[in-house]
Design a protein around this ligand. Structure first.
Ligand code: SAJ
Length: 444
């Protein structure tokens, strides 16, 4: 198949934070793009010129206006739209279940059935969603072949080109990040590469579909393991009465001045109150699910366990501080600073603040949450801090980095105020000097 702008018709399955910007970028290049989504409200909003994505996305509004002018993009709920497409890109969510940590693939299966029933011969189907290794071969391919009656590699092409997107940077990521192009055949890889070179300036790394599945889940599992090492070092430093932040600085400085071998460098990550977000906590489970019953992973699940323990550990530091202050947590007002999963973000998916708050409430504390980015928790910090026995920082929003210890103490109006620092935002010596009982992750 030849990919030609103004000629090749593209369908995007799923108009969320992955599919919507991809649809616009191809439409901007002159491709005729139809977006298919099951949410009628979302389709209506898009066709009225609205944006289905929350939060600030630099350049998105302008791109929407430009594409609206060109009239090269429309949205629909009708799967018949796949019949006119020569390329179909699947960008639906692939969450893992809380209890089993296994992907349910509910949205993916439904999407593939619709696509299979409507796709035509010689279509190139691309999966951008993050999936467990083996999903292309054992789920995507069979559903598409069964529903369409077509044979992969002979009568249609299939590839896995995983997205590498972060909310807040979608257009920048799609256009500038490198991309793995994992075809189920060399022709699929080549054709998908021909397609993406119209919207991706980054490197297009050609490989097979299993490798692409492993790389995407693996690159985030790798980060999760790095963070878990930092968290375990924090626990070790607490036990030994050391400051993990000084240890980290010195470890990361261990490289020789003119070290040229990257593998000889150290880049110890940041210990913290926990690991949230829509991908890091999930992708490790997708990776190990793909190898289920084939091998017995140790480090990756253990890293998940360590990182998921950090909200509990933050709660333990609060308990320790109350004990030191000879105070009772029952009925005490505790302010949680930050609810978003990452600093200066409004994204709350899998936030470590959630388990921490439930531990505090179960212990009888009266918890008040503050977060300058999350609608439900905005408000005057000065008012919220009034009369609080403890402040517990979970998210390193910039606003918290400029707080004055004396002003906080004055507002809390309590003897031995407590400050628990989940992201090394505060200075232990200065906080102690101002009269706080300070407990920081890795520095108590
Ligand atoms: N975190 C730590 N210690 C660290 C780094 C992060 O505790 O050293 C915590 C954060 O507080 C947050 C969670 O981990 O709660 C995830 O943080 P993140 O910086 O990994 O942010 P994400 O979830 O947005 O990860 C994305 C990923 N990008 C894609 O999947 C395309 C990840 O691969 C990127 O490395 C990461 O952004 C990035 O570089 O910021």
């Amino acid at each position: 198949m030849k990919i030609i702008p103004f000629k090749t018709k593209i369908a995007i399955c799923g108009l969320g934070y992955v599919g919507f910007p991809v649809a616009l970028l191809f439409a901007k290049k002159g491709f005729s793009v139809v977006g298919v989504d099951v949410k009628a409200e979302r389709v209506k909003k898009i066709n009225r010129g609205g944006c289905p994505i929350e939060g600030k996305e630099p350049g998105l509004k302008e791109l929407m206006a430009e594409v609206r002018q060109k009239k090269t993009f429309r949205a629909t709920t009708e799967p018949e739209a796949y019949q006119e497409a020569e390329v179909i890109i699947v960008a639906v969510e692939t969450p893992v279940q809380d209890d089993t940590h296994e992907p349910a693939y509910t949205a993916m299966k439904a999407a593939l059935i619709c696509i299979g029933r409507n796709m035509t011969k010689d279509t190139l189907v691309i999966v951008e969603s993050t999936i467990a290794p083996g999903t292309m071969a054992h789920l995507v391919k069979p559903i598409l072949e069964d529903e369409s009656g077509l044979k992969v590699n002979e009568e249609f092409l299939l590839a896995n080109c995983p997205e590498r997107l972060m909310p807040g940077h979608l257009l920048e990521n799609i256009q500038n990040y490198n991309r793995v192009i994992g075809g189920m055949s060399k022709e699929a890889t080549k054709t998908a590469k021909d397609l993406y070179q119209y919207i991706v300036k980054g490197k297009l790394d050609e490989t097979d579909s299993v490798t692409a599945e492993i790389v995407k889940a693996g690159e985030n599992a790798y980060r999760d393991v790095q963070i878990a090492f930092a968290n375990e070092m924090a626990l070790l430093c607490e036990a030994l009465g050391a400051d993990v932040w000084q240890v980290r600085t010195l470890i990361n400085d261990c490289k020789k001045v003119k070290e040229t071998r990257p593998e000889a460098l150290r880049q110890m990550h940041l210990p913290g109150a926990g690991v949230g977000g829509h991908c890091i906590p999930k992708d490790s489970w997708l990776l190990t699910y793909g190898a289920k019953n084939l091998m017995d992973p140790k480090i990756i699940p253990l890293a998940r366990q360590i990182n998921d323990f950090m909200p509990q550990h933050t709660f333990d530091l609060v308990k320790q501080a109350f004990k030191e202050a000879s105070k009772n947590m029952v009925g005490a007002k505790i302010v949680v600073l930050g609810f978003a999963y990452a600093g200066n973000s409004d994204d709350i998916r899998n936030t470590p603040a959630e388990p921490l708050i439930s531990y505090l409430e179960k212990a009888g504390a009266k918890v008040v949450v503050h977060d300058p980015y999350v609608k439900a928790f905005k408000g005057s910090l000065a008012k919220i801090v009034k009369g609080a026995s403890a402040l517990v920082l979970v998210t390193d929003h910039d606003q918290y980095k400029i707080l004055s210890y004396n002003r906080l103490k004055g507002l809390m109006k309590i003897s031995k105020p407590i400050l628990v620092d989940g992201r090394n935002v505060f200075d232990k010596a200065a906080a102690t000097q101002a009269g706080f009982i300070y407990k920081g992750i890795g520095n108590i």
